[in-house]
Design a protein around this ligand. Structure first.
Ligand code: PLP
Length: 851
């Protein structure tokens, strides 16, 4: 072909005056949970709406002007438009934000940093669970009018789009997004120019442009290095999410952490609480410490002042999953930085050190520079406490300061429209304000069974429509015949959605064991192929492009799905994203999860399924370990952790088969005269009633506020008053304690009696060698508990000793009189640990001695 030049031309429709606020709607991710707003756009031009992947901003740039003009004259459209706007306005005019939450004051501002954010498919800066959780956190913060800003990166390509070829190979395709099409706008200064900040890299400064996305009340600031001021290489830093080599990763984390702090300063935002969601953003703590050192604090005081206001949430259940960088790389990027902190290389590197690896570990940094740390489920809390035990070397993991807040999902986003409409009609529109009210949700019982069942069927139908479209596209691309397509879609029939449908969709990471149900294919055949009671199994999910074992799992699913007897009964749907997720979690009858215990930190997709009336069948790990109540789904107790992995998989898959055959399938197909299973409806209702109030993001954000944000803000203020007097005092005190602790000793002076009558007190007396510390620098404690048998104890009760004077030159005497309040065999311990009234957690120093 002859060489020819391509010219580009953009024609912008002019939005009629009457509809001008469509632009405002398109620029606020409120639409990511307000379906009426999305429906408004789709009504204008449904095909275009599909073509732009449900992106209102891209839509408005492309919609035919004639359609807009017609809509501006169409009474029905105008009435929809006005009702959307009035809902929008009433949401955004809620009470002055600081008045909304007791304990949160006018000066408060929470800054939430995360590597990825998932709100909606139209802002592709997320890969999976972590990002969607962060998105849900922002949405719930907006719902409660929390003074909250979020900080992340604006990736030119975001994460990849997945297709799967005929052999089951995952193909990753990338799109360079035009930011004008995304719901983001550049942040401007007062003089109308764009905000720019910069971060020093070895031998250069990297400039950052700041964008803003609006999530209801909450602004999200997204940092972007793809600007002309930067070298070609540096422009690529914010190119891909989870792409690139370790150098690229450390650069991204510098942009997010250090650049994020600079950006907030440039916009005159002064957070009182800083939350690092995962360790990727932990450099933010160093940047803040550097600012304090510049104000004249020494580093230890700056560290205390920073840490007291900092919340760190860990989401990873394996040490290898925590980000870490080689020391040489840290040296390269931070050499001038640690000079600016006024500390030596050794002190600096020690901030990121762990016992088992020489690398600089981001979790280690985050733990050392925060005072509030949490895992994301009860089980994960225990796992994290074990992983992090070395940070508090003398403290038993059960007692160390790692807490937990179980994840939640944003209900307005993930609850299907059919439920929304039904709740509005049958419960009351008030349900939106009762999200955490267990009693309120009990009224789901009142929904007539046939109505409940028919909503479930409708949602399944809609899901079938959705996946048929995707499978059709997939089949054409992979050169499948029409006849094959018919077979493929035989059971996913929207007209007859009566087949029991199981769903498994999530990241294809090996620990999630997507192929566990293939352990025994004969058994699986028996289950899926029953002519009377057929079962459909749907898979979806991406594997990271560098995760070859994960991609192998996709191949295996594809291979089994292609076995002649399974065609149409096992479906593998490509391109898992928020849109497909919303459909699947609402549409399937049973949501499966089969992680290797205890590696599923929380998991959230099962919550999304649960609130929509799907039943969970899952290993008791992550959130399900606490969400399962015995009857709201099915739980599989993991086998002991020391069992050989092959045995474990065999045992656990057997439980899946048995529960499916004996309970799930039997119950689902127990159709009465009415044509549906009343037992199933009962179980599904109970599941919704038990999960809706407990696994919403609202409950989660409330917990963050109550457990952490209020305290961090108050303690932060105490530490910084009077020129950071308390921060300095605590830092000095810790230095003193650390140097003295090696010489501290405790011994018992009284002779313990082993038999006692009830009411009779024991007089405890110990001598503590304080090695220069003062008696008020330590707590001496009795821990006592009743013992039922060899293994079972009550919770320990704690009683504090008092110092009753000196004992010679070296020791102090501490005494306690205690009459046990319970009868029977008791167990007790005596211990001493350093304590200061200004600590956030009484054991935060990690030091303790037992008698
Ligand atoms: C909810 C969600 C996830 C997280 O699922 P897990 O159960 O935590 O694995 C991942 N991807 C998408 C698109 C989701 O909506």
């Amino acid at each position: 072909m002859q060489k020819r030049t391509t010219y580009a031309l953009t024609v912008n429709p002019r939005i009629p005056e009457r509809l001008v606020r469509l632009e405002e709607l398109a620029n606020n991710l409120w639409y990511s949970w307000d379906r009426a707003t999305r429906a408004l756009f789709s009504r204008l031009d449904a095909r275009l709406w599909e073509a732009v992947e449900h992106n209102p901003k891209a839509f408005l740039k492309r919609v035919d002007e004639s359609l807009l003009i017609a809509a501006a004259e169409d009474p029905t459209f105008l009435s929809n438009y006005n009702s959307v706007l009035s809902a929008f306005d009433s949401y955004h005019s809620e009470p002055a934000r600081h008045q909304a939450i007791p304990g949160i004051g006018a000066r408060d501002q929470i800054a939430y940093f995360c590597f990825e954010f998932g709100f909606h498919e139209s802002l592709p800066v997320y890969s999976g669970g972590l990002g969607i959780l962060a998105g849900d956190h922002c949405k719930a913060a907006s719902d409660v009018c929390l003074p909250f800003v979020a900080v992340g990166l604006l990736y030119r390509q975001g994460y990849f789009f997945q297709t799967i070829d005929g052999q089951g190979n995952q193909q990753a395709t990338h799109t360079d997004w035009d930011f004008d099409d995304l719901p983001v706008i550049p942040v401007l200064q007062e003089d109308g120019t764009e905000v720019r900040v910069s971060v020093n890299f070895p031998g250069r400064a990297v400039a950052i442009k700041v964008w803003r996305a609006q999530i209801g009340h909450v602004p999200l600031y997204l940092l972007d290095t793809d600007i002309p001021e930067n070298s070609q290489r540096d422009r690529l830093i914010t190119y891909q999410l989870y792409g690139g080599d370790p150098a690229m990763r450390i650069e991204q984390e510098l942009i997010l952490g250090v650049g994020g702090v600079e950006a907030l300063k440039a916009m005159n935002i002064k957070p009182t609480v800083w939350h690092s969601n995962e360790g990727h953003a932990a450099f933010m703590m160093l940047a803040r410490a550097r600012d304090l050192v510049r104000e004249g604090l020494d580093f230890p005081s700056a560290l205390e002042a920073v840490a007291v206001k900092t919340v760190f949430t860990t989401h990873t259940a394996v040490p290898a999953g925590h980000d870490h960088f080689p020391e040489a790389m840290m040296q390269q990027y931070f050499e001038s930085f640690y000079h600016e902190l006024g500390i030596t290389r050794e002190t600096f590197m020690a901030l990121g050190c762990t016992a088992d690896n020489h690398d600089f570990n981001m979790t280690a940094l985050a733990i050392r520079m925060s005072r509030m740390h949490n895992g994301v489920s009860k089980i994960h809390c225990g796992v994290s406490a074990q992983i992090c035990r070395d940070f508090w070397p003398q403290i038993e993991p059960e007692e160390n300061p790692i807490d937990y807040i179980t994840n939640g999902v944003h209900i307005p986003t993930f609850l299907a429209q059919e439920w929304v409409d039904l709740f509005d009609r049958q419960l009351s529109p008030e349900w939106r304000n009762k999200l955490c009210d267990g009693e309120f949700w009990a009224s789901i019982k009142k929904i007539p069974d046939h109505v409940f069942w028919s909503i479930r069927q409708t949602l399944k139908s809609q899901m079938f429509y959705g996946i048929r479209a995707r499978l059709t596209e997939q089949n054409i691309r992979n050169h499948g015949s029409d006849a094959h397509l018919d077979r493929l879609l035989k059971f996913a029939d929207p007209i007859n959605p009566n087949v029991l449908t199981l769903g498994f969709a999530r990241r294809f990471a090996t620990y999630k064991r997507a192929t566990l149900l293939f352990e025994n294919l004969d058994w699986l055949r028996e289950i899926l192929l029953d002519p009377e009671r057929p079962v459909l199994l749907i898979f979806a999910g991406k594997a990271h492009p560098a995760d070859l074992p994960g991609q192998e799992l996709i191949r295996r699913v594809s291979e089994v799905a292609a076995m002649p007897e399974f065609v149409g009964r096992i479906l593998l749907v490509e391109g898992y994203d928020l849109r497909l997720a919303r459909r699947l979690v609402a549409g399937v009858d049973v949501w499966l999860n089969s992680p290797i215990y205890p590696l599923e930190a929380s998991g959230t997709s099962g919550m999304k399924a649960g609130i929509n009336g799907s039943l969970n069948l899952s290993i008791l790990d992550g959130w399900w370990g606490e969400g399962f109540d015995g009857t709201n789904g099915w739980g599989i107790k993991p086998v002991a952790q020391d069992v050989d992995p092959k045995m474990r998989d065999a045992e656990e898959s057997r439980s899946f088969y048995e529960i499916l055959q004996d309970q799930v399938i039997t119950l689902y197909y127990d159709r009465g005269k009415s044509g549906y299973s009343t037992g199933w409806v009962k179980k599904a209702k109970h599941s919704m009633i038990s999960l809706l109030p407990r696994y919403g993001a609202r409950r989660m954000v409330d917990e963050y506020i109550q457990k952490f944000y209020i305290r961090a803000s108050e303690q932060g203020l105490r530490y910084e008053n009077d020129g950071y007097a308390v921060a300095k005092e605590v830092a000095d005190w810790k230095t003193k304690v650390l140097s003295a602790w090696g010489g501290v000793n405790i011994r018992r002076l009284d002779s313990p009696s082993q038999q006692l009558s009830f009411g009779e007190p024991i007089h405890f007396k110990v001598a503590v060698q304080l090695n220069g510390l003062q008696p008020e620098d330590v707590f001496v404690e009795l821990l006592i508990s009743r013992q039922y048998n060899q293994t079972r104890l009550d919770r320990f009760k704690h009683f504090r000793f008092e110092c009753t004077g000196k004992l010679g030159a070296e020791e102090h005497q501490f005494e306690l009189t205690h009459a046990p309040v319970l009868c029977g065999r008791q167990q007790y311990y005596l211990r001493v640990y350093p304590c200061h009234p200004m600590l956030v957690h009484s054991l935060e120093m990690g030091l303790m001695l037992w008698v």
